[in-house]
Design a protein around this ligand. Sequence first.
Ligand code: GN1
Ligand code: MG
Length: 370
Amino acid sequence: MTHDVQAIGRNFQVEGAFHEAAPFGSGHINDTYRARYDHAGTPRDYLHQRINHHVFKSPEKVMENMQKVTAHIWDKLRQAGEADPARRCLRLIPMPEGGLLHKDADGNYWRTMDCISGVQTYDTVQQPRQAYQAARAFGRFQRLLLDFPASDLHDTIPDFHHTPRRFERFLEVLEADPAGRAASIPGEIQFLRAHQAETARLLDLHAAGELPLRVTHNDTKLNNVLFDGDTGEGICVVDLDTVMPGLALYDFGDLVRTAATTAAEDEADLDRVRMDLSLFRELVRGYLDAVGGALEEAEVRNLAFSARLITLEIGMRFLTDHLEGDIYFKIHRDGHNLDRARNQFALVRSMEAQAREMELIVEECRSCVS
Ligand code: GN1
Ligand code: MG
């Protein structure tokens, strides 16, 4: 569905006259447009974004979280003497009457942000140093939020990374089989059942007091990092919709899922899907360089496992959506969610086959970080 982006833009305090707009990014949930405005002869780019309110049931709360977290990060960057925080943190654009959220006549919720220029994003890693930079960016993000009180944030999607609940939900949908697809995927169902026992491992460690609740990003895909087009530095973390209290390991793991893989998330040729150990090493190094000193022992010990767990969880969510008839994630072809699920399960297998090597890399890297 396309939207009248120009009309949407009029509701925000953008600078300049509307020039053009086009769909932007590769998200599975929201609709994003990059719009160019002409400000006295100088182009000004903004992102206008429709928040999917079927997924984010309370867009106001999403915006409150985002506003608080970006304000906190801006303050910290300023305190640290950062010359240009606008390149390192998202900036939300308010409406003339204040407020950050515009509700249109169709009941859609819109927000606007500055579009940071001179940056690049990647769906898969092209060079090992991008993996290092992405992990450093998310590690820095985690570090900047260490002193942000988790209780100040809304749980905008409860149990977002509660893997055992995700498993229960999968079983419910499997049982109901609303789209009549269950009989065609016995191998995938069997794969998930065989992994049920490990779904609770991180939450159990949290319950035992070994893994702290932190303020986490919860959607740490590689393509949520902006890389400086000149230096290649990972300068800014975006997509703050799901910033909520959570476990840091789910963030690290989700980055491995998307940045240590040799293929895109929906690659259907499973022979191409593999976890690359040298990329994994770059991710561990980058993350520990940025935030290693603040992590608990159990967090470091489970870095490798976290990657398997979240990859399993996301694969399970894709498979659940396939069984439900593709109602949650946007799809661009028949069987898209099934392809994604198979891809993620292949990645889990590859991680399992290299589990020992991954553990050794973590041990090696942690001894280099003070
Ligand atoms: C969704 O829309 P996007 O790509 O930022 C999803 C994440 C999944 C991801 C899988 C709110 O994120 O949890 O990991 O797809 N976001 C939500 O690619 O469910
Ligand atoms: Mg997202």
